[in-house]
Ligand binder design. Structure first.
Ligand code: GUN
Length: 286
């Protein structure tokens, strides 16, 4: 039987702390933190994420503006909107919900966001800062994964961490964060040969593949810590499920996260933390 690490529980602790901090900020600074979220189109997944972000802002006391744009918005119109928000002194954080429609180049859009307001940590300047160990904004899901490991007192230093997935949003940055904490890191991907042989050597296994129930018990070492970053729909039950087959893997693992209630709530919590970080730097600059 594994210990189930609750990201939801940690998220509640962190959000309560932020709520108190925001009250104090309100006394110290002329205005409250302000996050602007841009949603293009009406993809149900994106709408749900944006709604969750808005709710978290309300809970913590962060001002939230969600700007909804039709799927027909042109790239130039979106870039101009970001420009306006970059120049708006009452805005601390800007998030453009991804994915964007095919006619819009996401790289250009991300690059347009002022790195100081890039609460996602996706701007090349922030990505480079992570790799160079310089001050910058760290993207939310990788940050949340490390916070969850620390919350459960999982030793990272000297352990073998295996990350399945090499995306810019999760796989690559979490690998760097684990390396910075002195883990020995192996990154696996769709072309990895003998995947199970490698994942079976993991003390810490991070599943960020985007395939429902991809990780099975025979891919996991006895006593491993298994972190599930997946957000998938189980086609049989139509329920939300992770990249890890929880029922199969749980008896083998020592620690495991669940979907939902694992990394997801921490991603949004870290987004709130990043927003406060941007706000504080913004306020201190004045
Ligand atoms: N779409 C899925 N995850 C994310 C995220 O973390 N940030 C943004 N902006 N879009 C997403």
């Amino acid at each position: 039987m594994a210990v189930v690490i609750s990201g939801k529980e940690l998220a509640t602790i962190r959000r309560n702390k932020m709520k108190e901090e925001v009250i104090e900020f309100g006394k110290k600074y002329p205005r409250l933190p302000h996050l602007v979220v841009i949603l293009v189109g009406d993809d149900p997944g994106s709408v749900s994420y944006v709604t969750g972000k808005g709710k978290a802002c309300v809970e913590i006391g962060i001002k939230n503006t969600t700007i909804k744009k039709p799927v027909t918005i042109t790239e130039d119109e979106l870039l101009n909107l970001i420009d306006e928000l970059n120049n708006d002194d009452t805005v601390d954080g800007i998030l453009v919900q991804l994915p964007l429609p095919k006619h819009i180049n996401s790289d250009l859009v991300i690059k347009k966001i002022d790195p100081k307001k890039d609460v996602d940590g996706f701007h090349p300047i922030n990505v480079a800062s992570l790799y160079l160990k310089q001050d910058g904004i760290v993207s939310c899901t990788p940050k949340g994964i490390i916070e969850v490991l620390d919350y459960a007192n999982i030793q990272i230093e000297g352990r073998h961490a295996v990350v399945i997935g090499r995306s810019n949003i999760v796989g690559m940055p979490v690998s760097k964060l684990l390396l910075d904490r002195n883990a020995t890191v192996t990154i696996c991907h769709s072309k990895t040969a003998n995947l199970a042989e490698i994942t079976k050597t993991a003390d810490i296994l991070i599943a960020a593949v985007g395939k429902a129930k991809f990780v099975k018990a025979d891919m996991v070492r006895d006593g491993a810590t298994v972190i599930d970053v997946g957000v998938n729909r189980d086609l049989e039950t139509n329920k939300l499920c992770g990249d890890v087959d929880f029922k199969d893997v749980e008896p083998k693992a020592a620690y495991i996260t669940k979907v939902p209630g694992g990394i997801g709530p921490m991603t949004i919590t870290c987004l709130m933390e990043n927003t406060l970080e941007c706000y504080l730097k913004h306020m201190e600059e004045k």
